[in-house]
Design a binder for this molecule. Sequence first.
Ligand code: SAM
Ligand code: SF4
Length: 335
Amino acid sequence: MTAPLIDPFARAITYLRVSVTDRCDFRCVYCMAENMTFLPKKELLTLEELDRMCTTFVGLGVEKLRITGGEPLVRKGIMTFFNAMTRHLESGALKELTVTTNGSQLARFADDLAAAGVRRINVSLDTLDEDKFAAITRWGRLPQVLNGIDAAQKAGLRIKINAVALKGFNEDELPRITEWCAERGMDLTWIEVMPMGDIGNENRLGQYWSLKDVRAQYQAQYSVTDLAERTGGPARYVRLEETGQKIGFITPLSHNFCESCNRVRLTCTGELYMCLGQEDMADLRAPLRAWPEDDRPLQEAIRAAISLKPKGHDFDYSRQRLDGQMPRHMSHTGG
Ligand code: SAM
Ligand code: SF4
């Protein structure tokens, strides 16, 4: 049962992204409606169940865990879970434990995360302007996030900033955000916005800003070198020679790089999504709860799910998504 997870297209599945909550202390306009209905607590995997689930995946060869959400650091008791994962880092089975966060709780948790063995984190930040930050996140406050980033750097965590590219919103901030990241020794990745159908976004702040255009802006202002680096995901990287910085570009539903896809996503209710762009999922909570003392049914369910991992998402399918038909929130599958 401990043979590694290999999908039908010979891809080894070594990367699990785990959403630990659907809740958040922000309401970013491209991600959530202002009045969200969240899942009842009993639907969520408990911290112990999250531990058992992740431990099972690690036992099957997963080497990288990214904890996300919702906002992972608002999940009550979440440090218990991080601390529990430390044993897998110490055993060498897990190579990386990391988190994607909005940064609001980092001042509280940066030291604890570092102590748990987290080395690098992603912080989502779309603007350095306080008013614009309040507008795009609705409930977020920029100084709190900047304090969190300070605390994380003090704790020795490496930070990558993720910025959603929004036309007419942060287009003009590209040089400022880039240089701010460079000064602080942080890498930066731009994410193409995916329009979502059901988040009450009539008065959308900012619109689709193609990463081709973002790249063109860089090329106009800096000497840009393409990097061969691949992480098995949809990100592509360049280096800015002037600052030495690495800049990434992520098209969430890009279907060009599926052949190297090494990841699957677990929702906070224990559904496993094999592909961000397909609806297929497997319920892992059922075997987890039905056999509390025996991990084999869960392992079998994981293997069965991986054997259904699609080759990729097809063009028409992603076209449909880009027309605003994305039925799942990013906060559900974990962005
Ligand atoms: N709350 C955490 C955060 O904001 O980093 C983690 C979860 S959030 C869903 C993960 C990432 O998804 C964030 O970087 C966010 O900007 C991105 N995201 C959310 N909605 C998106 C959308 N409609 N299009 C593109 N990226 C989106
Ligand atoms: Fe919360 Fe992250 Fe979604 Fe913003 S992008 S609402 S911070 S989950």
